[in-house]
Design a protein around this ligand. Structure first.
Ligand code: AMP
Length: 355
């Protein structure tokens, strides 16, 4: 059943993705109700209602659910049990199963393998002896990643030589991990897919992504002819994964393009930083199509609005160059309204439509 304009969309999480979702929802006549622990969160500033609450407070989340017509979430590090309680009361998309899979790097990689995808070589690591065994099996260089609660390169340690295992184990403070072999890639790209409850899918042209220190720096579309085969492989996997999860909403999957094809890195069951360019660069943005999907409306077209689109993140004090950016007629500036421009903090982004 359609959730018509005028209804209230509940968004769990209050940072920039929630802010941009609420702005897209408002354009279609929906009201948004943000649930987040931070009363000064930047999503609440642009939403009709705000509830302050902890992500694991099931009582508060179920009271929130009583006031909304449909629920979604804007980031991954949320306990799944309270969200499942919300899903008992109102439709909640993307499905909790997708979130549970994406929250655990080990389960995620095993899930992807079951659906025919290829992650980097990996091994589960639960203790120092397990790390030695994993290093012996995978070799170096490798990356030790915590299974849960990692983002923007946090919870990751690079290991150049087997003797560095003990220091890496200390750095992750003994949290359950996976060890991954370092992938020699030609480029990184992401697949951005939106699926609605009827099983219709929309896929945007795939961006080539550049990271620095684990943080996305820039995305450019089209990804380039050299990536076509790897992108086709990634798209096919994303469609299989979305169908298997009976997925509703935007799903992002990150890949390495290698001489051997597309190597899966990770997936995010939500709108994604590498899709921010779609706001001005595509006929329908990832935020609008996410709203359309969760409200059971038909999806919009994903074609490019310009031959080339470039998105650059404004990280830390880069956001202070807003004056120069505004002077560029090709540039669309987005500032998230966050307070202090700390190093590594995503403060905004700029999208340029180019010939
Ligand atoms: P992640 O948070 O796991 O997506 O990692 C952030 C970034 O670190 C990736 O986008 C890559 O640039 C780099 N990275 C992570 N894992 C690997 C790997 N196994 N091989 C090569 N580069 C990696």
């Amino acid at each position: 059943m359609t959730i018509p304009p005028g209804s209230t969309i509940g968004i769990v999480g209050g940072v920039q993705h929630g802010r941009m979702l609420a702005m897209a929802a408002a354009q279609l006549g929906y009201r948004c109700h943000i649930y987040a622990p931070d009363p000064n969160c930047v999503a609440a500033e642009v939403a009709a209602r705000f509830t302050e609450g902890a992500f694991d407070d099931e009582g508060a989340l179920t009271r929130f659910a009583a006031e909304i017509d449909v629920a979604t979430y804007e980031f991954e590090n949320i306990a799944t049990a309270p969200l499942a309680a919300v899903a008992e009361l109102v439709p909640l998309y993307p499905p909790v199963e997708a979130l549970a899979t994406a929250q655990d790097r080990l389960e995620e990689k095993q899930f992807i393998q079951r659906h025919g995808g290829r992650p980097a070589p990996f091994a589960a690591v639960d203790d120092p002896a397990g790390l030695d065994a994993a290093l012996a099996a995978i070799g170096t260089p490798a990356i030790l990643k915590t299974r849960r609660f990692g983002y923007d390169g946090k919870g990751q340690v690079r290991i150049e030589a087997a003797g560095e295992g003990a220091a890496a184990w200390d750095a992750v403070r003994g949290a359950p991990c996976v060890l991954e072999g370092l992938v020699r890639f030609d480029a990184e790209f992401s697949i951005l897919l939106c699926r609605n409850a009827e099983g219709e899918t929309a896929i945007w042209p795939s961006p080539r992504n550049r990271h620095d220190g684990g943080i996305l720096v820039a995305s450019s579309v089209p990804g380039g002819p050299g990536l076509a085969a790897a992108i086709a492989e990634g798209e096919a996997l994303a469609r299989r994964v979305a169908d298997a999860l009976d997925y509703v909403g935007v799903l992002a999957m990150e890949f390495f393009a290698t001489a051997d094809g597309a190597i899966f890195n990770e997936m995010a069951p939500r709108v994604h930083n590498s899709g921010h360019w779609t706001i001005e660069g595509a006929l329908t943005s990832q935020f609008e199509n996410h709203v359309r999907a969760i409200c059971r409306l038909p999806l919009g077209a994903t074609d490019l609005r310009a031959p080339r689109v470039e998105m650059a993140n404004l990280v830390g004090d880069e956001s202070e160059s807003w004056r120069e950016i505004l002077a560029d007629p090709a540039a669309h500036l987005h500032l998230y309204g966050k307070g202090e421009a700390r190093p590594g903090r995503k403060m905004g982004h700029v999208t340029r439509l180019l010939d």
